[in-house]
Design a binder for this molecule. Sequence first.
Ligand code: UDP
Length: 411
Amino acid sequence: MGLLEQYAQVVGEDVIDQLRQLGTHLQGMKVVHVNSTKEGGGVAEILHRIIPLKQELGIDAHWEVISGTDEFFKCTKLMHNALQGDRIEISGELLKEYERVNEMNAETLRQTLQDADFVIIHDPQPAALIQHIPSRKGKWIWRCHIDASHPFRPVWKYLRTYVEQYHASIWSISEFAQPLPHPLYLVAPSIDPLSEKNMELGRDEIMATYDKWGLDPERPIITQISRFDRFKDPIGVIQAYRLVKEFIPIQLVLAGGGATDDPEGEEVVRQVRQGARDDADIHVFVLPGDDHRTINALQRVSDIVMQKSTREGFGLTVTEAMWKGKPVIGGDTGGIRLQVVNHHTGFLVNTPEGAALRIRYLLKHREELQEMGRKAHRFVLENFLNTRHLREHLTLLLAVMFETRERIEVP
Ligand code: UDP
């Protein structure tokens, strides 16, 4: 069975027919996506699935990954944090390394980028490639996955010198978009219902998960799955857990790995282990980047899933948990707000105290917890699966291709 047909079983034939119709205009077009990591983080997750789907629609889709040095990734991590609002000056030396690495990658990728009909560059890491590919056949689009609602201005000003050279840019939610001299598009990310991360798991596998990870099936489990990154606020989650633990004998799972482009991760893991010491009910699991099945299982054995980020681009972990019928208690920030409809699909919180209050409430009102979980699942089915994402990509490419035409006929 083709990939598209498999999706039809989840989302219905109509949705797939519409994708095929949109794809007819883009047959044989070369679309190249570029980012900086194959594993780890939401961008890689999305590309892993969107690329084969585009290929099945007859689009000549490619995915290229740039390589970089430690100094380069240090620089781009600073850029990432600065776009998320940290007041960080980046030294001229680091920026030189950023430019040098982009120039080097442009050499390697020149041929494929030069003759592509569309180039979609993800996030700041490869943003400067455009500067070094002066003869561009196709349209270049910059895709920002970051919460850039309050960027540190000097860093955004620097990055903007590259971004404004693109034909268009894509943002996850309207609050993140920055004024630019080209069309701006909004596309929320998505999850893949057929991936190992999100597929149904058998009862045996779920039961085995308790044993394997030393969890007690008789007591509630609260989980946060995230890269160990301080913007995900794992320490705040531990504080919330401790407040609840005074009243209810819960267990806490903090599971995640580091993306290969995030040098800060180790320090955060150290702080989390320190915060978790002396409590056997706090389980810290550092997972390899490709252990999707474990994440799936851990989300499924959880009663409630947390995503207490203080900054968040979108929060795919939120979508994943909701798809599994779990209410999510999430930080009142970024894309979490698009997904957690307060009091319906979960709760939005601003403090560990607020999170603790909501955890206690849900554990005491089990029926409400389950009803919220059901609503969460339906909300994802309608809004955040990758078929919706793909449809928006295709319409966007058509819009960029036809530019000023007011009406695009789809056969
Ligand atoms: N993830 C993973 N392993 C981990 C931690 C996270 O595979 O150890 C996955 C997670 O399930 C989700 C993605 O990485 O699919 C994280 O995306 P999100 O938008 O939540 O956060 P980001 O890491 O992009 O900031």
